[in-house]
Design a protein around this ligand. Structure first.
Ligand code: SF4
Length: 199
């Protein structure tokens, strides 16, 4: 693995007017807003619950465990790290307890706008928080229920797998994590193929 170091993906700045968003209480927790990272033109958009730290206390670039395990899974599944855009249900990292329904409701329009503007071909979410955030009315909305199947969000196909931190804590999940990422790659290839042959 050491011949393939993990990479710190370039950060995409939030659009003007949103970079200082204070629509929810997380803005008071003194964590900066991270709009997204990776390839901003990617046709595959991955959605995590919230950003991990990108800098350590001294302000040096830092690769959090979530990003490391995500990249490990992607590599195993044959997904190029620089072909993907990664964003979050909440654009700030919560440091303390917060009102979840209010915060999700406040931040979701940002994600909806990103999807609308970027028009990805496929979406992929990590962890139960993302499932609940995107499908608040779905009964039994959990990764366990939904992994291995495809739903739609804003007219775009979406599937889910475990959160990378869950995989770190329970290494027996790694196999399923990679399996789900492989299924994602297949679906993504399929859609790209259909697009090419129909244009
Ligand atoms: S988490 Fe979302 S809604 Fe809350 S302040 Fe940050 S960008 Fe705004």
């Amino acid at each position: 693995m050491m011949d393939h170091p993990f990479v710190i993906l370039p950060e995409e700045q939030a659009p003007k007017g949103i970079e200082h968003c204070e629509l929810c209480e997380l803005s008071k927790q003194r964590n900066r807003l991270i709009w997204g990272e990776g390839n901003p033109r990617a046709s595959l958009m991955m959605i995590l619950d919230n950003p991990g730290a990108r800098e350590d206390r001294q302000g040096n670039s830092f690769l959090c465990g979530t990003r490391e395990t995500l990249q490990l899974g992607m590599r195993e599944a044959g997904i190029e790290v620089n072909e993907v855009y990664v964003t979050y249900l909440l654009k700030r990292r919560p440091m303390r307890a917060y009102n979840k329904p209010d915060t999700r409701a406040a931040c979701l329009p940002h994600l909806e706008m990103q999807i609308f503007q970027k028009q990805p071909l496929v979406l992929f979410g990590f962890g139960n928080v993302v499932v609940e955030g995107l499908f608040p009315d779905k009964e039994s909305a959990s990764v366990k229920e939904l992994r291995g199947s495809w739903q739609e969000f804003q007219g775009t196909p979406i599937s889910f797998t475990y959160h990378p931190l869950a995989v770190r804590r329970r290494p027996n999940l790694l196999r399923f994590f990679v399996e789900d990422l492989k299924a994602l790659k297949e679906k993504w290839n399929e859609i790209q193929h259909v697009r090419k042959t129909s244009t």
